[in-house]
Design a protein around this ligand. Structure first.
Ligand SMILES: Cc1cc2nc3c(=O)[nH]c(=O)nc-3n(C[C@H](O)[C@H](O)[C@H](O)COP(=O)(O)O)c2cc1C
Length: 486
């Protein structure tokens, strides 16, 4: 089997958006001997908001000093950094919405934001660091990948779509060339493409010798793995294989959709990945979705995997980006075994099922959801569609219904849609406050399995750090060594 890293990576920390897997979490994982993966989703916006919130610990400004295109770093700082918040000023700036030819602010924020996140996660050690993107969020890809490569990112993971175009893009950027991304546009009568030519923005592009990161698609079927290998326009270096119990977005069940009494999709035999077919591909793979225990790590290795990817165990750890007060509530509920996580078919505008943790006071509650007046001001999950005349339009089923219908959307698609963009930024303490004082509510995603909390915490109020989680998981290694000494 092809090797991915110098040493086998047994524990991969999932790239969890928005900024749950931030640079602090991933750096802590790397220092404890695992593979840290930062989330690249919406990270340009998070750079702006962190700077607007005063960049309290100076991390963003320190990373920006190292950003290799200084004029862009200056632009970002000048526009977004506020050393002192004016009283009563709690709103974050509106940033232009992404289009096929993005506004200069977005170019600067996404190149710099991806750079900073990876640069900070890599600070002070030489362990590999990866970055995660959702294929479905197409428009930032070229800028994000180039920004992450400027920081020397070691691998990219990508799910929520079929990312066959990414390997070719990695090769192009590594060769100092421009790259293009064919966009998925509903009702398209022609090909629509986003293009990024680094030379137009980076005076030293072409001379930089950027290293090509490894690429690991996230898949939930052996067929998709085979398609990725056959149809990708470059190298696939391994797979993350995610079961339907994993946190975040899930693949829909295969075959005819069946729903249980709680309105959750029923997954069955067809959804179990055929590992024999995966092994035949000869590429390293990691198993994800309720694998956060020593026993499951051992089982994964016995099945031929390099190890596991875990999310929830790291999302609830001290170092993750989730606001501490909410993490405490969820850890307590997990400890008391009262935390329910459901698979919501409608919550995400992406159209993929999404795991929702039922936490009082969040949009998982009907009354909190209904209080929110529909508004689409971040727009990461908007769908692209072709308008009469061939231009591209943008619509999101959780935007105001009349707007959505005017854009040709169907009313049935709007029911029970949550605004994940705003909720997920609120989760990490960077939520928007509206002009009338309304504060965007939170909405959390976790995997179905939170049983590890019972081992890692001594009681319902207790907490744990990344190192505790990794020490616990590594009990499953037959090597009988701490990961750090592997
Ligand atoms: C809070 C949270 C956010 C997540 N966000 C993403 C994401 O943005 N992209 C992604 O590929 N996977 C995401 N995931 C999935 C994880 O990367 C990982 O594969 C999954 O959590 C593994 O299952 P487990 O939660 O049972 O450990 C997320 C998971 C959680 C818990």
């Amino acid at each position: 089997m092809k090797a991915a890293f110098r040493k086998p990576m047994r524990i991969v920390q999932g790239g969890m958006g928005v900024a749950v897997s931030n640079y602090r979490l991933s750096r802590a994982v790397a220092l404890a001997g695992g593979l840290g993966i930062v989330s690249g989703t919406a990270i340009g916006h998070m750079l702006a908001r962190r700077l607007e919130a005063g960049d309290q610990d100076g991390d963003m400004r320190r990373a920006l000093e190292h950003f290799p295109i200084p004029s862009l770093a200056e632009h970002v700082l000048k526009k977004y950094f506020r050393s002192v918040k004016k009283s009563g000023e709690t709103r974050f700036s509106n940033i232009p919405l992404f289009t096929v030819e993005p506004h200069f602010d977005l170019i600067a924020l996404y190149l710099a934001g991806n750079f900073c996140e990876v640069w900070l996660a890599k600070e002070g050690h030489d362990q590999p660091i990866g970055i995660n993107y959702l294929e479905k969020v197409q428009l930032p890809h070229l800028l994000s990948i180039y920004g992450a490569m400027l920081a020397g990112v070691d691998c990219i993971t990508m799910g929520a779509g079929v990312p066959t175009q990414i390997p070719g893009i990695l090769a192009k950027f590594a060769a100092g060339e421009s790259a293009a991304y064919r966009l998925h546009v509903e009702g398209a009568t022609k090909t629509h493409t986003a293009i990024f030519d680094p030379k137009q923005i980076d005076p030293l592009a072409g001379e930089r010798q950027l290293r090509k990161p490894l690429f690991f698609p996230i898949i939930a079927s052996s067929l998709l793995a085979e398609i990725m290998v056959k149809k990708s326009d470059g190298d696939i270096d391994g797979f993350i294989i995610e079961a339907s119990t994993a946190g975040g977005h899930n693949a829909p069940p295969r075959g005819v959709l069946r729903i249980d009494e709680h309105n959750e999709p029923i997954y069955g035999e067809k959804d179990i990945v055929d590992l024999e077919r995966i092994r035949r591909l000869g590429l390293p793979f990691w198993l994800a979705g309720s694998y956060a225990s020593p026993e499951k790590l051992r089982e994964a290795i016995a099945l031929g995997a390099q190890g596991i990817q875990a999310g929830t165990i790291f999302a609830l750890a001290e170092e993750s980006g989730i606001a501490p007060e909410w993490k405490k509530i969820m850890r307590k509920a997990a400890y008391e075994r009262t935390l329910r996580v459901r698979t919501d078919m409608l919550a995400s505008s992406s159209g993929f099922p999404f795991k929702v943790a039922e936490v009082p006071g969040t949009s998982s509650e009907e009354k909190v959801y209904l209080e929110r007046i529909r508004l689409c001001d971040l727009g990461f999950l908007r769908t692209l569609y072709e308008k009469n005349g061939g231009a591209i339009g943008f619509r999101c089923p959780s935007e105001p219904v009349t707007l959505y219908l005017r854009k040709g959307g169907k009313e049935t698609d709007t029911a029970k849609r949550k605004c994940l963009c705003n909720a997920l930024t609120a989760n990490i303490g960077l939520g928007q406050e509206c002009r009338d004082g309304y504060v965007e509510p939170t909405l959390f995603t976790l995997g179905n399995d939170t049983e590890f909390v019972r081992t890692l915490c001594s009681g319902p109020e207790d907490t744990y750090a990344v190192r505790d989680a990794i020490n616990y998981l590594s009990e499953g290694l037959t090597e009988k060594k701490r990961l750090t000494s592997l």
